[in-house]
Ligand binder design. Structure first.
Ligand code: PEP
Ligand code: MN
Length: 328
C-alpha cells in the first residue's frame, strides 16, 4: 500500500507513530510529495486507520477494488486480456497467432522464449532468438510483449525485449531474481507459486517493490490441491484477497490452472466475474502440434467463441491494465 502527503504536512507525525506502533515494515520516498510505502499485509482495520491518518490519501492504484467500487459492481473493474502461445516456436507460428489476436483488439502478446519445463527433455524455448521473434512480431501488430524471465543471466535480454516481465510460478520464491527486478523499470507480472500461500506471494512482491519497482501485477495461476482431474486448482478467492491486501492489480492465468482447453472458458468467465483485473490465455494456431502446453491451448475457433462470450458480458470495458500500472 502507498500513502502520500504534501511536504511538511503535520499529520505525518501521527501516521508514523501508528506505523511504528504496529510494527509495519515501510520506507519513505521523497518525490514531489512525501510517499510512505508500506510492505506486507495491511488488514482492514489498519487500512482504515492509515487512510484516516493520511487524510484519506492512500493507495494510488488506478485499478478499482472490488470492495471500494462505489457501485459495488464487478463490471466496473478495468480488465484486459493477455494472450498468445505458451512458447515462441517459430516466426510463422507467432505471426499467425499475433495477427489473429490483434484482430480482436488484444494488445498484450504472451509467449515464452525461456521455458521452465518440468521435464529436462522437453522443449526449453528458443532463448534469445525467441525474444527477437517476439519483439518483431509484436511490433508489426502494435502489441506489447509479455515474456518470462527465468534466471538473472537473462535479465538484460529479457528486459530489452519485454514490455512486461513475467516471473513464473516456479520462480516466485527466487528472491535474488525478485530483488534484481526491483531495479528494472518495467512492470513485473508475478505468478503465484503453485504451492505458495497468499501471504508468501504478497511478500514475494515486496522484494520487487523494495528495490523501487512499484509496477507489480500479481497473477493467480492455480495451486496444487488433492484434485488430480484438473491440472491445478485456480484459487478464485485469492484474487480479491490479494488485491485487498496489496492494492496491486491481480490477474488470472486460466490456462495453466485448467490444463485442458475445454475448461478454459468457464474458468475465464469465473475469474472475470470474481474481479480479476485481467486474464491470461494460451492460444495456438494448431494446439495438437504445439511444443508445449498444447492440451490447454485454445485454437482460434475456441478463442473466438470465448471472446464473444466475454464481450457479451463486459462489452467495451476491457482495458489496458499495464498502462494503468505503468502510470501509477
Ligand atoms: C507459462 O506462463 O507458460 C508458465 C510456464 O506458467 P507458470 O509459471 O504459471 O507455470
Ligand atoms: Mn504454458
Amino acid at each position: 500500500m502507498i500513502y502520500s502527503f504534501e511536504k511538511g504536512d503535520p499529520r505525518q507525525k501521527n501516521f508514523l507513530t501508528f506505523l511504528a506502533d504496529n510494527n509495519f515494515d515501510f520506507d519513505r520516498v521523497e518525490k514531489d510529495k512525501t510517499v510512505f510505502r508500506v510492505f506486507g499485509q495491511v488488514d482492514e482495520k489498519q487500512s482504515a486507520r492509515l487512510e484516516e491518518l493520511s487524510g484519506g490519501v492512500s493507495n494510488p492504484s488506478p485499478v478499482f477494488s472490488l470492495f471500494d467500487d462505489p457501485a459495488g459492481a464487478a463490471s466496473q473493474i478495468n480488465r484486459t486480456i493477455l494472450a498468445g502461445p505458451c512458447a515462441v516456436e517459430s516466426e510463422e507460428q507467432l505471426e499467425k497467432t499475433a495477427g489473429f489476436l490483434a484482430g480482436f483488439g488484444i494488445t498484450y502478446l504472451r509467449a515464452g522464449a525461456f521455458k521452465p519445463r518440468t521435464n529436462s527433455k522437453s522443449f526449453q524455448g528458443l532463448g534469445r532468438k525467441g525474444l527477437e521473434i517476439l519483439s518483431d512480431v509484436a511490433s508489426r501488430h502494435d502489441m506489447k510483449v509479455v515474456t518470462e524471465l527465468m534466471d538473472r543471466s537473462q535479465l538484460d535480454a529479457v528486459s530489452t525485449f519485454a514490455d512486461i516481465i513475467q516471473v513464473g510460478s516456479r520462480n516466485m520464491f527466487n528472491y535474488s531474481l525478485l530483488t534484481a527486478l526491483g531495479a528494472v523499470e518495467k512492470p513485473v507480472l508475478l505468478k503465484r507459486g503453485m504451492a505458495a500461500t497468499i501471504d508468501e506471494w504478497v511478500q514475494a512482491a515486496d522484494y520487487i517493490r523494495k528495490g523501487g519497482n512499484e509496477n507489480v501485477i500479481l497473477c493467480e495461476r492455480g495451486i496444487r490441491t488433492f484434485e488430480p482431474r484438473t491440472r491445478f486448482t485456480l484459487d478464485l478467492l485469492a484474487i480479491p484477497v490479494a488485491r485487498k491486501l496489496t492494492g496491486l492489480p491481480v490477474i488470472a492465468d486460466v490456462s495453466h490452472a485448467a490444463g485442458h482447453s475445454e475448461l478454459v472458458p468457464p474458468l475465464a468467465l469465473a475469474a472475470l466475474a470474481g474481479g480479476a483485473n485481467g486474464i491470461m490465455i494460451e492460444v495456438h494456431p494448431d494446439p495438437e502440434s504445439a511444443l508445449s502446453d498444447g492440451l490447454q491451448s485454445l485454437d482460434f475457433n475456441q478463442f473466438e467463441a470465448l471472446f464473444d462470450q466475454i464481450k457479451m458480458s463486459y462489452g467495451t470495458r476491457l482495458r489496458d491494465l499495464p498502462d494503468q500500472a505503468a502510470s501509477r
